[in-house]
Design a binder for this molecule. Structure first.
Ligand SMILES: [Zn+2]
Length: 239
């Protein structure tokens, strides 16, 4: 192993706590800087991945206490997955579900994230999106979870994901979601963009929603039942 890496390793190991350059906590209005690669982590992917997961776990911990108090007692873990189009997703333990054991949920992270400099307020906001999934999943009883099979339908997926965005916007993560979407549009294959635009609010749609919620907060409840699928529907909501 080249000497340079040896020099880094002990340092890397000792700074397993939150390295500089990463956001330390997530709060709805904290702009933060981009989630770059911390010094000394450039050499080995495994160390970068572990350090990255540690940071994500720390951010989730902060988000739970700051913005998702109802998740205080929910069993939630972080693990990795691989995909060319997604960087974050939420899953629950199927075995626990089937065996009627206490439910466990996972926020899954694509390690490619740590090499692509996402904006840290964007990471906070998308984690708020994932925790909003955990809120809705953990509120359903097991029978209701079978209803998730509807996610096979494109239309249901779009409503499901946009409703989850609404929840994150409602908890103050709209600005972060906008910066995440701008980043993710530039970091997925072009043929994946149409699905991203169909399933999730675009920065323009989020700005419009934020503006309207400021004047008409009651629109939030209305939109969770009538999830807008495009800008026109957002505009029309007030007529
Ligand atoms: Zn989602």
């Amino acid at each position: 192993m080249p000497i340079a890496i040896l020099l880094f390793l002990p340092v890397c190991a000792s700074s397993q706590a939150i390295p500089s350059g990463f956001a330390e906590t997530c709060s709805p209005k904290d702009p933060g800087e981009s989630l770059g690669s911390p010094p000394g982590y450039a050499k080995t992917d495994r160390i970068r991945k572990d350090a990255g997961l540690d940071v994500i776990e720390t951010l989730i911990h902060g988000l739970r206490s700051e913005s998702f108090p109802e998740l205080a007692h929910v069993d939630l873990g972080v693990r990795t997955f691989h995909s060319e189009a997604d960087y974050f997703r939420t899953r629950f333990s199927l075995s626990r579900f089937v065996l009627l054991l206490r439910m466990r949920y996972y926020v899954e992270i694509n390690p490619a994230l740590f090499q692509r400099q996402p904006p840290s307020e964007g990471v906070c906001a998308i984690l708020a999106h994932e925790l909003s999934h955990v809120v809705s999943l953990s509120h359903r009883n097991r029978i209701h979870r079978f209803g998730l099979v509807r996610l096979m339908s494109k239309r249901y997926t779009a409503k499901f994901e946009r409703r989850t965005d609404l929840e994150a916007i409602h908890r103050g993560y709209g600005d972060g979601l906008k910066s995440y979407r701008v980043w993710v549009y530039a970091h997925v294959p072009t043929n994946k963009l149409p699905a991203k635009l169909r399933n999730y609010f675009s920065p323009d749609e989020i700005s419009d929603i934020q503006m309207k919620l400021q004047d008409h907060p009651d629109l939030f409840v209305y939109w969770t039942k009538h999830v807008p699928e495009n800008l026109k529907q957002i505009e029309k909501s007030l007529r």
